[in-house]
Design a protein around this ligand. Structure first.
Ligand code: PLP
Length: 384
């Protein structure tokens, strides 16, 4: 019996060929493929500018810098997220302040954000958790009313939609991840997107040591122009090896999303009407790419989260505990940004788990997962 993983990237010979071509070209660092990937990604996500980075974490840091978030500012973030969301404000000397989430989507709302605003709040980082689109419009209205910057951590969100358009396009600046745990992968890598030309320009420079002439531009000129460094920058570049991979993966994104949505609907059908078991589902205002397919267990289910994880492991199935709560990590113990209780976050992180879902998952394999999840229910009703 083969082991079923929780996630696998979908890579093939097209990716191998694309990377081999970059190697043969002799230009492996940030160059023409990175530019091509940026343009293709911006077009796909319906934004004006895309700036490729080494990761989503570095894209978030650049997003805060170009938006003018500075030392001493407060930035509202969900605790219910991968810890990089909370870490990003710290990198620029700001303080992450934790907002709770709603139970249905696992995302922040205008109400949960409003509850933790302080005098020093200058920005929010909102997340499309596990690919589940957040309800942006009320948050957009809140930010416009109070003059706050709206940053979207769309790390998991490529291929998800909000009111008929790709997620991320409605924020002031968004950050994306191409880690293999997400749908579209470049091994490691990220992207910053924005419609603000000045911000895009500054992000490009900060990414490359704040050089005012890029390495590619210097390479393409015979007499290399002298460059200058206006501020302290970073090396947050993506390589052309990664960008070549990204271009192939971007072409496959819509196919990947369709397959994942099909598999998600099979889980939803199999688990409908099971007492104490709730599946993540699309909200009325958008569609998820189901980057993470999570279920929430209640007392009526009969087995708790840890028990079900054990059973799945015994059956050769990798599942994962649900999304983490950053404020419960040792790194944030006693942190001053925990300004109010976060009951929904704590409930979800303790009672949810993520089931296997990836492009190549076959239906008979998924049926094994379903049977394992439901084995106590099936036993109790005398089934099988
Ligand atoms: C994966 C993830 C990140 C980090 O992405 P990297 O590309 O690994 O830096 C940040 N935020 C969220 C919500 C994520 O899921």
């Amino acid at each position: 019996m083969n082991r079923i993983s929780v996630m696998k990237p979908w890579l093939g010979t097209a990716e191998t060929d694309a990377v081999a071509e970059v190697i043969a070209s002799g230009w492996v660092a940030q160059g023409p493929r990175t530019v091509a990937f940026e343009e293709a990604f911006a077009a796909h996500q319906q934004v004006d500018f895309a700036v490729a980075t080494s990761s989503c974490t570095t894209a978030l840091q650049l997003a805060l810098l170009v938006a003018g978030v500075k030392a001493g500012d407060d930035v509202v973030v969900p605790s219910f997220s991968f810890v990089a969301t909370a870490n990003a404000p710290t990198y620029v000397g700001a303080r992450p302040v934790f907002a709770d989430v709603e139970e249905l989507t696992g995302n922040v709302t205008a109400q949960t954000v409003r509850a933790v605003l302080t005098e020093k709040t200058t920005a929010l980082i909102v997340v499309d958790q596990g690919g589940m689109p957040l309800d942006l419009q009320p948050l957009r209205a809140l930010c416009d009313e109070l003059g706050l910057v709206l940053i979207e951590d769309a790390a998991c969100g490529a291929g998800s939609t909000y009111r008929g358009a790709p997620v991320g396009a409605g924020a002031d600046v968004s950050a994306w991840s191409f880690h293999p745990r997400k749908l579209l992968t470049t091994g490691e890598g990220g992207m910053l997107t924005t419609n603000n030309m000045q911000w895009a320009k500054r992000a490009r420079q900060l990414r490359e040591h704040s050089m005012d002439v890029s390495a590619a531009e210097r390479h393409n000129s015979t007499l290399a122009p002298a460059e200058s460094y206006k501020e302290v920058g970073y090396n947050f570049r993506m390589t052309d090896l990664q960008a070549a991979l990204g271009l192939v993966q971007l072409d496959k994104l819509d196919t990947m999303v369709a397959r994942r949505r099909f598999l998600a609907s099979r889980y939803q059908q199999a688990f409908a009407n099971v007492p104490g078991l709730r599946c993540v589902t699309d909200p009325e205002y958008g569609t998820s790419n189901f980057q993470s397919f999570w279920i929430e267990l209640g007392p009526q289910f009969g087995v708790d989260r840890e028990g079900l994880l054990e059973r799945l492991a015994e059956d050769g199935i990798s599942a994962r505990r649900g999304i983490m709560a950053s404020h419960l990590q040792p790194a944030y113990a006693g942190h001053s940004g925990i300004v109010s209780p976060l009951p929904v976050t704590e409930h979800l992180t303790a009672n949810t788990l993520i089931l296997p879902l990836y492009h190549q998952l076959e239906e008979h394999e998924q049926d094994r997962v379903i049977t394992s999840v439901l084995s106590n229910v099936l036993a109790a009703t005398g089934g099988e």
